[in-house]
Design a binder for this molecule. Structure first.
Ligand code: SF4
Length: 353
């Protein structure tokens, strides 16, 4: 097992519950299973990562890779049953969230951690104004009066750059565009100034220009509030300018960890290499887009050895039998590359070959 090392040195107020250098969140050897009629689906199989205040971790993977399930476990919103954390620790500001009461968990979830979901339209209540929904956070958690709650709602809408916030505070969700609705979701997440935000595919439903605006906004606010941010995505294209470090997931495991820019320049796992090759590039117009062959495995039947072997162009016999650990990645002369790991028996070939 290996966790991702810090790659940036954030400054600002301490949100870790200890030293600003200690992790805000540390996930250790997390396992999550879903018991279904067809069998046990092993959705997360021994995942480790950490996030510090002011740092952004992107968790990348195709659907079914375990990226969203591991974050739901952190938030304590797993669909349970059938979902169940079977092993591991989730240390938030030094406290194991798997050992606190449901009441304490709820309090932490409200005030210290918040989640931004992909589909703002279904996350917002269609029959209540956005001002009411934003204000509710202050009424419920801080006992604010209706008037004060509304004033705070306007302030938040300003913060997330919704034009004419004062005039729009009494509008309903359907009266906003997709991008503006996602800003409202961000405002809701920010309302109580949490220490950690988990954004699960926050821009997937938006067109490319709006995607970039929402990501920029999220990055600006994260810096301003000095929060930890976990960005879950299937799209390598959206994280390059926002994340500090990245964890690539496949079949419930982290298969590569890296500071974000190094991963783009020198991937150390064939799966990441394939994902990078499949990003459309303007300078390669007219060329057929690369696609990794095959589909991710069913979590009910994860292949033995390296789970990626049926799709891997570099697979050899050993890959079908031996599961690779997350090897520390080094330069050819053995110099360690900070924060880098690859769960591939032949990572050197991929990185240096
Ligand atoms: Fe491919 Fe083998 Fe590496 Fe897995 S361990 S990624 S199958 S080369």
């Amino acid at each position: 097992m290996s966790s991702i090392e810090q790659t940036t040195a954030p400054t600002g107020r301490d949100r870790t519950g200890g030293s600003d250098r200690s992790p805000l969140l540390e996930v250790r050897n997390l396992h999550v299973e879903f018991r279904t009629r067809e069998g046990v689906a092993k959705a997360v199989n021994g995942v480790d990562y950490s996030v510090r205040a002011g740092e952004t971790l992107a968790i990348l993977g195709e659907s079914g890779s375990g990226k969203s399930v591991s974050s739901q476990a952190v938030m304590g919103i797993l669909d349970s049953p059938p979902g169940q954390v079977t092993q591991g620790e989730i240390l938030f500001q030094g406290r194991d969230l798997l050992k606190v009461s449901e009441d304490q968990r709820r309090q932490i979830r409200g005030a210290k951690m918040a989640m931004i979901f992909q589909d703002a339209l279904s996350a917002l209540n269609p029959v209540l104004t956005v001002g009411y929904q934003l204000g509710e956070m202050f009424r419920v958690h801080q006992g604010a009066s209706r008037r004060d709650a509304k004033a705070k709602a306007v302030e938040l809408m300003d913060r997330v750059r919704i034009p004419a916030a004062r005039d729009r505070v009494n509008d309903y969700p359907h009266q906003f565009s997709g991008g503006m609705r996602q800003r409202i979701m961000i405002a809701m997440a920010l309302a109580l100034e949490p220490d950690l935000i988990i954004a699960d595919e926050p821009t997937t439903a938006l067109d490319v220009t709006v995607q970039a605006q929402v990501m920029d906004l999220l990055a600006d606010l994260q810096r301003e509030y000095h929060m930890g941010l976990i960005l879950i995505t299937h799209d390598l294209g959206v994280v390059a300018d926002v994340a500090d470090k990245i964890a690539v997931m496949y079949a419930g495991r982290i298969v590569e960890t890296s500071p974000v820019h190094e991963l783009y320049q020198r991937p150390a796992h064939p799966y990441t290499k394939g994902l990078l090759r499949s990003i459309p590039r303007l300078d390669q117009k007219g060329r057929e887009l690369y696609a990794i062959k095959g589909l991710p495995p069913s979590l009910l039947r994860i292949p033995p050895g390296c789970a990626f072997h049926p799709r891997c162009p570099q697979a050899r016999e050993v890959c079908t039998a031996q599961e690779p650990p997350l090897y520390p990645v080094t330069e050819p002369d053995g110099t360690p590359l900070a924060g880098r790991g690859s769960a591939c028996h032949f990572w050197e070939e991929t990185l240096h070959g």
